[in-house]
Design a protein around this ligand. Structure first.
Ligand code: FAD
Length: 543
C-alpha cells in the first residue's frame, strides 16, 4: 500500500505511549527544560491500562507511618519470589514516597480523611501504604496530567503508531511510525522514553485495554536491548465473561468481606487451598487455585461461582462502579475465572531507567525487573509514576548534554517505509483470524497452568502462524496496524513460551504441573536478546 512521507519532526525527548508513565515522564522532562514530543497509538490519555486502572498506588502513603522502604522491600521481594532487582525496588520506593505533592501540583485530588491521606492495606503488603484519587479510577490521573501537558507546551501526537526505533553509532537517533491516514512519520530525538505498556493481549482472556500488544518490547529488542522475566504474567483470579474483560476485585469482596468462591461440589475454594489468611491470598495463588479447580473438571460453567451471600449490602454499596449494578438489587451470584492482567516481564533497564541502548529509557509496564515473579497490588502505578518521573528527568539531563539532535539516515527510513508498505498479496486468513488463533493457542498452552507438552504445542502453533502471515493482505492502514501488532504478539508469544520451557520449576505466577515446586537453583532471571539469527535465551543471576 502507498504510504506518504510526513514532514519530519525533531525534539530533545520523544516519549512513546499515551498512558500514565508517558504523561508523567513527559511532564518531568519538560519541567527540566527539554523540548518534548509525546506520540501515542491511541488518543493520548485514553484507551490504555492506566485509564482503566483501579487507581491504587503503593508506597506513596508511606510517609509518617510505621513503615519503611526496608519493610516494603521485604514484602515486594517475598511477593516476587526473590527475582526482583533490589536496586530498582529501592529506587522506585524512594521516588514513590515523594509523589503526592508533585502529583497534587498537577491537579490530582487524592482521597483524604480526618487523619490525612486515606490509607489502604491490601493483600501481600504488611502495612497500609496505598493511596488513590478521591474518585478511584486511573482516568482521574490522566485527565489532569493531559491538561498540564497541553498547558506546558508538550507536543501531543494522537494515533501515531511507532513501528521502528533507530540508532546511529550505538546512540538512539529517533523513531518512525504510521499515522491514522496512511502517513509515514519520522521523528529525530536525542533521547527516547518507551512507555508502551505490557503484552496482555497475547492471551484470549484479558482485561487489558485494546492495543496492549507488546510493541515497546519488540521495538527495544529490535535495537538490541535485553528483555527479562517474560514467562511471568499475572493472571487476575476473578473476572467475568468470555473474554475476561471485566475483573471483579476479589481483594474487596473475598479477602475483605467474606464472599465465597464455590466449585461444582459446593466447596469453598479459598478454604480448600489454604488461602484464608489475608497475607496468603495473593493474585498468583488464588488464580492458580481457581485454574486447578477448572482443570480438574470442578468448574461451574467454565469458572467458579462467586457467592455474595455473606457480604453486607453496605459493603457492596461502597464498591461503586467496581461491581455490576444488579448485585445491589438482588442478583448475588456470578461465574468468575482468571484473566490476563499484568506483565511482570519487560525491557531491562538500570536504576536511572536507561536501557542498554544509550539514550533509550523505559518506564511503566513495558519494563522488567521490579516485580520479579509476581507483582503486589498497587505496585504497578507506583512504578508508572516513580519510574516515569525518573526516566523523564534523566532523559532530559542526557539530552541537555548533547549538542545536536541526531539525524536518522534517510536510507533507513526508506527501508522501513518499504517494509511496512510491502504487500505479499494472496488471499489467506485475515489478520484478525490469525490473531484470534494465536491468543487461543497462548491461553491453552501458556496460561495460568503450563507444562512442557502444552508449551511445545503452543510453540508449534506459533511456528505455523509465522508462515500463515505471509498470505495476510495489508491493504489499508487499519489492517496494516493490526498486522504490526500481530507480528509483535507473535514475537512475544514465542519468547514467553521459550522462557517458560526453560524455567523447569514453579515460581510466583509461573506454574508448571510437571515441575510444581519452587527450586532454589532457579533464583535466576531469564533474559532474551536478539541474536544472529534468531533469539538468545539465557538464565542469569538476579540483579
Ligand atoms: C483493569 C485494571 C486495573 C488495574 N488497577 C491497578 C491499580 O489499582 N493499581 C496498580 O498499581 N495497577 C493497576 N493496574 C495495572 C496498571 O494500571 C498498569 O500496569 C499501568 O497503568 C500501565 O501504565 P503504562 O503507562 O505503563 O501503560 P499504559 O497505561 O497501558 O499505556 C501504554 C500506552 O502506550 C501506547 N502504545 C502502545 N504501543 C504503542 C506504539 N507502538 N506506538 C505508540 N504508542 C503505543 C498505548 O496506546 C497506551 O497509550 C490495573 C490494570 C488493569 C488492566
Amino acid at each position: 500500500m502507498y504510504l506518504k512521507y510526513q514532514s519530519p519532526l525533531s525534539c530533545d525527548v520523544l516519549v512513546i505511549g499515551g498512558g500514565g508513565a508517558s504523561l508523567w515522564a513527559a511532564l518531568k522532562a519538560k519541567e527540566m527544560g527539554a523540548d518534548v514530543v509525546l506520540a501515542s497509538k491511541s488518543k493520548v490519555g485514553l484507551s490504555n491500562n492506566t485509564y482503566i486502572a483501579g487507581g491504587l498506588i503503593a508506597v506513596a502513603g508511606m510517609v509518617g507511618q510505621k513503615d519503611s522502604v526496608d519493610l516494603y522491600l521485604k514484602d515486594t521481594i517475598t511477593g516476587g519470589r526473590f527475582l526482583n532487582d533490589r536496586k530498582l525496588v529501592v529506587r522506585m520506593a524512594e521516588e514513590a514516597k515523594t509523589l503526592v505533592s508533585p502529583m497534587e501540583g498537577h491537579g490530582i485530588d487524592f482521597a483524604r480523611d480526618e487523619t490525612g491521606l486515606q490509607l489502604r492495606r491490601v493483600p501481600g503488603h504488611s502495612h497500609p501504604r496505598h493511596i488513590s484519587p478521591s474518585r478511584p479510577r486511573g482516568l482521574n490521573y490522566l485527565y489532569p496530567l493531559k491538561d498540564s501537558a497541553r498547558k506546558l507546551g508538550i507536543r501531543l501526537l494522537d494515533k501515531l503508531f511507532i513501528t521502528k526505533l533507530y540508532s546511529v553509532g550505538g546512540q538512539i537517533a529517533g523513531a518512525s511510525g504510521l499515522t491514522d491516514d496512511g502517513g509515514f512519520q519520522a521523528i529525530s530525538a536525542k533521547c527516547i522514553i518507551l512507555t508502551t505498556g505490557g503484552y496482555g493481549h497475547v492471551y484470549r482472556r484479558t482485561n487489558n485495554a485494546a492495543g496492549i500488544t507488546g510493541d515497546g518490547l519488540a521495538l527495544a529488542y529490535g535495537l538490541g536491548a535485553g528483555l527479562m522475566d517474560l514467562e511471568f504474567i499475572q493472571f487476575y483470579p476473578t473476572a467475568m465473561g468470555n473474554t475476561g474483560a471485566q475483573m471483579i476485585f476479589y481483594e474487596f469482596l473475598v479477602a475483605q468481606a467474606g464472599a465465597r468462591l464455590i466449585n461444582s461440589k459446593g466447596e469453598d475454594v479459598v478454604i480448600k487451598h489454604n488461602l484464608d489468611d489475608p497475607m496468603s491470598i495473593t493474585r498468583d495463588r488464588l488464580a492458580r487455585a481457581i485454574a486447578i479447580e477448572i482443570s480438574r473438571g470442578l468448574d461451574v460453567d467454565g469458572g467458579l461461582l462467586l457467592d455474595l451471600g455473606p457480604v453486607k449490602d453496605e459493603h457492596l454499596r461502597k464498591a461503586g462502579d467496581m461491581i455490576p449494578m444488579k448485585w445491589l438489587t438482588g442478583e448475588k451470584r456470578t461465574i468468575l475465572a482468571p484473566t490476563t492482567h499484568f506483565c511482570m516481564g519487560g525491557v531491562m533497564m538500570d536504576d536511572k531507567a536507561e536501557t542498554a541502548v544509550p539514550g533509550l529509557f523505559a518506564a511503566g509496564e513495558v519494563c522488567g525487573g521490579l516485580h520479579g515473579a509476581n507483582r503486589l497490588a498497587g505496585n504497578a502505578l507506583a512504578e508508572v509514576f516513580a519510574m516515569g518521573g525518573l526516566a523523564g528527568r534523566n532523559a532530559a539531563l542526557k539530552a541537555a548534554d548533547m549538542e545536536k539532535t541526531p539525524q536518522i539516515p534517510p536510507s533507513l527510513l526508506d527501508e522501513e517505509k518499504e517494509r511496512l508498505a510491502y504487500n505479499p498479496g494472496g488471499s489467506g486468513r485475515d489478520v484478525r483470524t490469525l490473531t484470534a488463533a494465536l491468543k487461543e493457542a497462548m491461553w491453552a498452552g501458556a496460561g495460568v497452568i503450563r507444562d512442557a507438552a502444552s508449551l511445545k504445542t503452543a510453540l508449534a502453533q506459533i511456528e505455523e502462524l509465522k508462515t500463515s502471515r505471509l498470505v495476510c493482505p495489508k491493504d489499508n492502514v487499519c489492517e496494516l496496524k493490526k498486522f504490526q501488532e500481530f507480528e509483535n504478539m507473535l514475537l512475544l508469544s514465542e519468547m514467553i513460551c521459550r522462557s517458560a520451557l526453560l524455567r523447569t520449576e514453579s515460581r510466583g505466577s509461573h506454574y508448571r504441573t510437571d515441575f510444581p515446586e519452587e527450586d532454589n537453583n532457579w533464583i535466576k532471571n531469564i533474559v532474551v536478546r536478539k541474536d544472529d539469527p534468531g533469539m538468545k535465551i539465557e538464565a542469569v543471576a538476579v540483579g
